[in-house]
Design a protein around this ligand. Structure first.
Ligand code: ADP
Length: 447
């Protein structure tokens, strides 16, 4: 087992990894930009290294700065968290070239799944059902229009290199195709430096259901059920829950096995998430994320496992601590993402926290790097915490969420807390009757 690991991230996810390391008796090294010198992850780690100025490109994304921090401190492995370098195949290669261990999948798997066309082809070949669409990239508008006619509208044009909901445009009919196609391409070029796009049938009422998988890199893999992440704004998740209110035990077992078998066949190592759209009882693969997800705690809650601990174990060559038949669901869990954003436009609201009080009690977990007096810097993403609740069933989890939100105090900046108070007053949230469009429609008239 490693003696010391470096966490190439900040915020709540850096704390999450430091906590797992400490419980395992592993020393932790935090890295930080000059803007984060006072950040909680720096205070909580055993050691810290300043790796550059505020801009992520010169700090949290800087290969040489992070590798040097490992060399200076003697860290043997790097946990990337999510975002930043977590799905950067080139970085993984360089980490390995320096004799260090990347706590995550291989560069090869990251590369395959990072290109959405290759990912779909690979998954199809492994027996995973995919959204109907173009076979590969679509280079010209004429080709796009022909496909639209052939598949039937609406269709969605998506960036091959996409992520974070960017480079995606819907064409409801032929007349919208030119604009949608051109915009998706230019957005993709601007965001990812690559303008390749592909086309999929646009599903009109799906739920976003994702399967958590975990592999040992030696041909064994398990699934840990699904998360329903249908409550989204601009293709970004806002609230996640597990198990999914619309998924039966039979459906879970079936799609879970397909996913576990698929990743076992490629000797996948560590945590991964296979994302699907689910409509009328059918699953359609959209992409795979080769990292720990923001919403992993809801899965941890219902299975009683520590996914970060498992990631560190398999990266060091040890076995997973669980087998498929030992993974039994207990109760229901819900996570809400707390962003420093001002409603109704969700505009960033950085600044100083004048008062912070975290909720507690049975079944409540607060993952946040906030503290009284902390100043949220304006340079990074607006996620400032995650409130996760666990109950014996969905009704209890919802009541607990309501209660915990009532205890939570974050003063000094605007946050998305009021959004969740309002959502909890909605019948559809209590019945679980929502799809990926529900929140956007609701926001038009409520916030
Ligand atoms: P990203 O990598 O940018 O997050 P995804 O492929 O994971 O992109 O899609 C993000 C979200 O966009 C999905 O959760 C869903 O809400 C929507 N979406 C993607 N593909 C489709 C589709 N074919 N039909 C309908 N909605 C889609």
């Amino acid at each position: 087992m490693f003696k010391k690991i470096l966490i190439a991230n900040r915020g709540e996810i850096a704390l999450r990894v430091i906590r797992a390391a400490r419980e395992m008796g592993i020393a932790s090294v935090a890295v930080h930009s000059t803007a984060d010198a006072d950040a909680m992850h720096v205070r909580m780690a055993d050691e810290s290294v300043c790796i550059g100025p505020p801009s992520s490109a010169q700090s949290y994304l800087s290969f040489p700065a992070i590798i040097s921090a490992c060399e200076i401190t003697g860290a043997e492995a790097i946990h990337p968290g999510y975002g930043f370098l977590s799905e950067n195949a080139q970085f993984v290669q360089i980490v390995e070239d320096h004799g260090l261990t990347f706590i995550g999948p291989t560069a090869e798997h990251i590369r395959i799944m990072g290109d959405k066309i290759t990912a779909k082809d690979t998954m199809k070949a492994l027996g995973v059902p995919c959204v109907p669409g173009s076979d590969g990239g679509v280079a010209t508008l004429d080709e796009a229009k022909a496909l639209g006619e052939e598949m039937g509208y609406p269709v969605i044009i998506k960036a091959t290199a996409g992520g974070g909901g960017r480079g995606m445009k819907v064409a409801q009919n032929a007349s919208e195709m030119e604009r949608a196609f051109m915009t998706a391409r230019s957005e993709s070029k601007a965001a990812f430096g690559n303008d390749e796009v592909y086309i999929e049938k646009y599903l009109t009422t799906p739920r976003h259901i994702e399967i958590q998988v975990f592999g040992d890199g030696k041909g064994r893999a398990v699934h840990l059920g699904e998360r329903d992440c249908s409550l989204q704004r601009r293709h970004q998740k806002v609230l996640e829950e597990a198990p999914g209110p619309a998924i039966s035990a039979e459906e879970r077992a079936k799609i879970g096995k397909v996913c576990a078998d698929a990743v076992a066949q490629i000797n996948y190592i560590g945590a991964g998430t296979i994302e699907f759209l689910y409509e009328k009882g059918e699953f359609f693969f959209i992409e795979m994320n080769t990292r720990l997800q923001v919403e992993h705690p809801v899965t941890e809650a219902i299975f009683g496992v520590d996914l970060v601990r498992e990631q560190i174990r398999v990266a060091s060559g040890m076995d997973m601590t669980f087998q498929q038949d030992e993974l039994v669901i207990n109760g229901h869990s819900i996570e809400v993402r707390l962003n420093a954003e001002k409603l109704p436009n969700f505009s960033p609201s950085p600044g100083r926290i004048t008062q912070y009080h975290a909720p507690g009690g049975l079944g409540v977990r607060m993952d946040s790097a906030l503290y009284d007096g902390y100043r949220i810097p304006p340079y990074y993403d607006s996620l400032i915490g995650k409130l996760i609740v666990h109950g014996r069933d969905r009704t209890e989890a919802l009541a607990r969420l309501d209660r915990a939100l009532g205890e939570l105090i974050i003063d000094g900046v605007d946050t998305t807390i009021p959004l969740f108070h309002e959502l909890l007053a909605e019948q559809d949230i209590h019945t679980g009757n929502y799809n990926i469009h529900w929140l956007e429609r609701w926001l038009e008239t409520h916030i």
